[in-house]
Design a protein around this ligand. Structure first.
Ligand SMILES: [Zn+2]
Length: 242
């Protein structure tokens, strides 16, 4: 895997140009954010070893296949390491793809594989994993979460945004890298979540697909404007129901 350091605390691990997971350094070890696609467990553990610390936590931004693909293999190798995911997306790992009555009743998109690993941390807005604060960012998936490093306001945003093929809110169609758009459940919620992340004034935007972007405010604002225009256009196309 290709390793890119943003700081002493934040390392991006990339597979096949556009598929990222992250190591966040704490005093006693790394928190691994997402597990990439399948077959990457050994490479991820090797990179952590090279950087000199064990993996002490595994957390997931959401339950899509390119983020949980190596979860079971990592969990087998590191059975004592706690595994965290939002309580909402944890259901997908068991194969339960039902929607709650309170959620928009639109079909799920993207691959949600069944995993053997049972998460030990069911995460909610405001929870802390070491230096990381959990930010609820539904839209790309119903239980999508992002992580804000409270030390330096680095934002690991999962698929709430993408930077591959252009900076975009997930759900905006980017011709050069349309995968996150195809996999986004609810664009309206994704837009709301994107605004919430912008309001955090992150120092760097680190996403599931694409390069890390420092001082990302202007690019995030632009991406949100584009998404808002797309949504307005789609609304105009909806037939009015009397
Ligand atoms: Zn995704």
């Amino acid at each position: 895997m290709k390793v890119t350091a943003f700081s002493n605390n934040l390392f991006q691990l990339t597979r096949l140009v556009a598929f990222n997971c992250y190591l966040v350094r704490e005093d006693d070890g790394f928190t691994l954010i997402d597990t990439n696609m399948g077959g990457q467990a050994q490479a991820i553990m090797q990179e952590a070893r090279k950087l000199g610390l064990p993996i002490t936590h595994i957390v997931l931004t959401h339950a899509h296949v390119d983020h949980v693909g190596s979860l079971d293999t990592l969990h087998e190798a590191l059975p004592d390491v706690p595994v965290g995911i939002s309580e909402r997306d944890a259901r997908f790992l068991t194969g339960d793809k039902s929607l709650d009555a309170s959620e928009p009743q639109v079909p799920l998109k993207g691959g949600y594989p069944i995993c053997k690993t049972r998460p030990t941390l069911l995460l909610h807005e405001g929870d802390r994993i070491g230096s990381l604060e959990v930010i609820a960012t539904p839209g790309h998936t119903p239980g999508h979460i992002a992580f804000l490093d409270t030390r330096d306001r680095s934002l690991i945003a999962g698929d709430a945004f993408q930077t591959q093929g252009g900076v975009a809110v997930s759900g905006t169609f980017e011709l050069l890298f349309p995968l996150p758009a195809f996999a986004t459940w609810h664009k309206g919620l994704a837009e709301e979540s994107a605004r919430k992340l912008l309001a955090l004034q992150p120092s760097v935007l680190a996403v599931g697909h694409g390069r890390m972007l420092s001082q990302p405010q202007a690019a995030m604002e632009h991406a949100i404007r584009v998404m808002a225009q797309t949504l307005a256009k789609e609304e105009r196309k909806q037939p009015h129901v009397a």
